[in-house]
Ligand binder design. Structure first.
Ligand code: UT7
Length: 334
């Protein structure tokens, strides 16, 4: 394992936001032709959370997660240098959700921007923030993954409506000279438009129109089977690649923190890495796929079990296509 004493970025605080309303598989049986057994065995999902309040969108959820993360790190909002937000469900096309969160937090000294990388958004954003800190130009960054997927899910489409839920997770990333924190990443993009995982209308190629609404083009659509194949290859492949690159063996890894899209993709990834399912963070059963929020939500749910010095592999795959893996050593944030 490569070690160095240079300035690193480490997670010092963690927060989350999960809406109260629970949408169960039984509820979905009333909306589309599906059943609890099919959903659980094909995806691992039993229920997901839905933000019912139309005034509470991605920025609200991200702000709540950020407040908890700042408290956990004992960092004042006025000391935040930057706010990076991963989302595919921003409150507006612009201004950026990071700007809305900056205002709600009163983080007067912070600049911010959004990253659109779908389910890989949190990992792309974390890498960007880590490199900004390693450069020595900034010290404290809020990295937030927030998605109100229910705002773009078509609840008449059984191929997608069973999969997604709403949620947000946030971490505070700070500079450290100690031997923990962010160590390495590998990211990939393949802009193959034939592989459908898309919200077709509402952008500059097809602005909102009567026709686009009637054709339900403002909702997410995906070719599940094709994406499943690529996601399994992508996540398992890149997780194995980052281990090989850094000479990490399965025994070195304390936890696998995978994007939560399908329990079968997660199991294939763990299998390829040679880690047992006891070392895998998996909460897809209760939250479904919350897109940019899945990885910080896992870190939040497992924070009491994480020990300082634990080696973590984070990995994700999503629309774009985008995928990647991150290696970090846990610094002890609670
Ligand atoms: O996070 C972003 C990346 N996204 C992903 O990683 C998602 C990747 N894809 C998947 O997780 C899976 O492909 C799904 C869960 C979406 C679908 O599972 P699958 O095992 O690939 O099913 P399938 O699409 O091959 O469909 C099998 C059958 C089909 O019926 P026929 O053609 O065999 O008669 C579907 O029409 O299951 C049917 N089906 C359903 N049945 C009950 C599809 N959706 C449902 C449903 N309930 N909700």
């Amino acid at each position: 394992m490569a070690r160095s004493n240079q300035r690193k970025a480490t997670i010092t605080g963690i927060g989350h936001y999960i809406p109260e309303h629970i949408l169960t598989n039984a509820d979905l049986e009333k909306l589309v032709e599906t059943n609890d057994e099919w959903i659980r065995t094909r995806t691992g999902i039993s229920e997901r959370r839905i933000e019912k309040d139309p005034d509470k969108a991605a920025a609200h959820m991200g702000t709540q997660a950020a407040i908890e993360a700042l408290n956990s790190a004992s960092v004042d909002a006025s000391d935040v240098d930057a706010i990076l937000v991963a989302t595919v469900t921003p409150d507006y096309m612009f201004p950026a959700t990071s700007a809305l969160i900056q205002k709600s937090l009163g983080a007067k000294g912070a600049f911010g921007f959004d990253v659109s990388a779908a389910c890989s958004g949190f990992l792309y954003t974390l890498s960007t923030a880590a490199m900004m800190i390693e450069s020595g130009r900034v010290d404290t960054i809020l990295v937030i993954g927030t998605d109100k997927m229910s705002s773009i899910v078509d609840y008449t489409d059984r191929n997608t409506c069973i999969l997604f839920g709403d949620g947000a997770g946030a971490v505070v990333l700070q500079a450290t000279e100690e031997d923990h924190g962010f160590r390495d990443f590998i990211h990939y993009t393949d802009g193959d438009e034939d592989l459908y995982l898309v919200q077709e209308a509402g952008g500059s190629r097809e602005p909102a129109s009567k026709e686009s609404v009637e054709q339900r083009k403002h909702f997410i659509r995906q070719d599940g089977r094709a994406i499943f194949k690529r996601a399994t290859e992508g996540m398992a492949g890149v997780a194995e690649e980052i281990m090989k690159k850094n000479k990490l063996s399965a025994e070195d890894i304390a936890w696998l923190v995978p994007h939560q899209a399908n329990s079968r993709i997660i199991e294939a990834t763990a299998n390829r890495m040679g880690v047992s399912m006891d070392q895998v963070m998996m909460n897809i059963d209760k939250y479904g796929n919350t897109t940019a929020a899945t990885i910080p939500l896992c870190l939040y749910d497992w924070k009491d079990q994480l020990q300082k010095g634990d080696e973590l592999i984070l990995t994700a795959f999503g629309g774009g296509l985008t995928w990647g893996a991150t290696w970090l050593t846990w610094g002890g944030a609670k």
